[in-house]
Write a protein of this length. Structure first.
Length: 230
């Protein structure tokens, strides 16, 4: 369900509300079905057999949330996804993709651009840190001393993409619109950095040395795959 947040925050919030509240006490007339619009026309779809007749209750709401998530992420766009895959397969055989993770595939398709570190710094905000905080100073030292490929991996780790917008870092977008790159002080020095790609935010623990920051940040970028991402 968490994956929906970056695609449709409003829809995600409605599912969270259902999950966190007692449906039986709210008097909602929800059934295991969904209405959606296709080319201006409303289409009705049952999420399960006889879904129109099965009301959502506190007891069965987990099934409803699972079915809604599945519909939003897969079943509801099955035809469109298949059409895309068929077209893509005419250019690049699908079986080739199994050799790459999503980060490597993006680099192959989009290429690597030169990342302007000064522009990156100018359009970064801080929470519970300042520009002169030691971990922040060390972070930028790490970025400047990294080659362009490692910078792209770092950017991808935090924002979900290795590409900078055409207008530079000032044009970075999050799940809810424009969202600057953010470094926030979170956790203990023993923790690994974490990222929130929906908000372009890096949780950077208060490390005690430059060497410690390099070790932890490099591990997070290169070794943890999606573990350190939310």
């Amino acid at each position: 369900m968490k994956d929906i947040e970056s695609i449709d925050p409003e829809f995600y919030n409605s599912l969270v509300w259902i999950k966190e509240n007692n449906i039986d006490e709210c008097g909602l007339e929800l059934y295991h079905s969904v209405d959606f619009e296709v080319l201006g026309q409303v289409v009705h779809h049952e999420l399960k057999k006889n879904g129109d007749k099965e009301k959502v209750t506190e007891e069965n709401k987990e099934e409803y949330l699972t079915l809604m998530t599945e519909w939003r992420m897969t079943r509801g766009i099955e035809q469109q996804t298949q059409a895309f895959l068929d077209g893509f397969n005419e250019v690049v055989p699908i079986e080739w993709l199994k050799y790459f993770d999503e980060r490597e595939l993006e680099l192959l398709l989009c290429g690597m651009q030169e990342i302007d570190v000064e522009d990156w710094q100018r359009h970064t905000i801080y929470r519970h840190y300042t520009r002169s905080s030691k971990p922040v100073t060390w972070f930028w030292q790490f970025v400047k001393q990294s080659d362009n490929e490692k910078r792209a991996r770092l950017l991808q780790f935090v924002t979900g993409t290795c590409r900078v917008p055409v207008g530079g870092f000032a044009e970075l977008m999050g799940s809810n619109g424009p969202q600057k790159f953010c470094i926030e002080k979170v956790g203990k020095e023993s923790w690994l950095p974490r990222s929130h790609t929906c908000f372009n935010r890096l949780d950077l623990p208060p490390y005690k040395s430059y060497e410690q920051l390099v070790e932890k940040l490099t591990y997070a970028i290169e070794e943890t795959d999606t573990f350190g991402q939310e």
